[in-house]
Design a binder for this molecule. Structure first.
Ligand code: ZN
Length: 213
């Protein structure tokens, strides 16, 4: 009798474990969406040429020569050299970074115009590249914070302005709001991270340029 009870008990325990494992794997798979589909080869080549052109134009500017600009450009170049900058019409934001199989991938959006795929403006691509490079420096794109997002937007704005030769105001703005106000509005789920270290700059600089309090 005891033996039968034990057997039933273990069968039940085993089925609970199996169901549990299936549920955990299911959740893990759902949380990890599939990688965005790359645009066709021709679009990819055009995009990489555009990126090379952008980096070359930014390099001699004040931003490009700064420690921050140099470090971020190095991140983008390093990713591109390893085939980890991908142009895709399959993403909603302007740019996106993901970790796939332990490797950082930087995706830049390509726009659909009827049946054609077209690149964003060089300024928009520059913004996306340098914004995501900030996240890549941190190495944890999935766990972004308010401070890191402000750093990313500030880098993108400075890179875009450097590319087209536009002077930026002391406090950087997006859509009429300071970067910090914009980030707080667009990313209400993110929290502050007082120990966050901006890329190649001080926290004081980040606060002054983005209005982060
Ligand atoms: Zn970001």
């Amino acid at each position: 009798m005891q033996a039968r009870y034990d057997k039933r008990f273990f069968i039940r325990l085993a089925s609970i474990l199996v169901v549990g494992v299936i549920a955990i794997v299911g959740v893990a798979l759902r949380q990890r969406p599939k990688p965005p589909t790359p645009a066709p080869d021709g679009v990819q080549r055009q995009g990489l040429a555009l990126m090379g052109d952008i980096l070359a134009k930014i390099a001699p500017t004040g931003f490009g020569q700064s420690r921050r600009g140099q470090r971020l450009a190095r991140v983008v170049r390093g990713l591109a050299a390893r085939g980890r900058v991908v142009f895709s019409a399959d993403i909603a934001p302007q740019a996106l970074c993901r970790h796939e199989h332990g490797q950082g991938m930087l995706y830049i959006k390509v726009l659909r115009l009827g049946h054609k795929l077209v690149h964003q403006t060089p300024e928009e691509v520059a913004e996306g590249l340098f914004h995501e490079a900030v996240h890549m420096c941190e190495g944890h794109p999935a766990q972004s914070r308010i401070d890191e997002e402000c750093d990313g937007y500030a880098a993108g704005l400075c890179a875009g302005a450097a590319l087209v030769g536009r002077t930026q105001p002391d406090v950087l703005t997006i859509e009429g709001a300071t970067v910090a106000e914009f980030v707080a509005r667009e990313y209400p789920h993110l929290s502050r991270c007082p120990q966050y270290q901006p890329v190649g700059q001080s926290r004081e600089w980040l606060a002054r340029r983005t209005g982060l309090r």
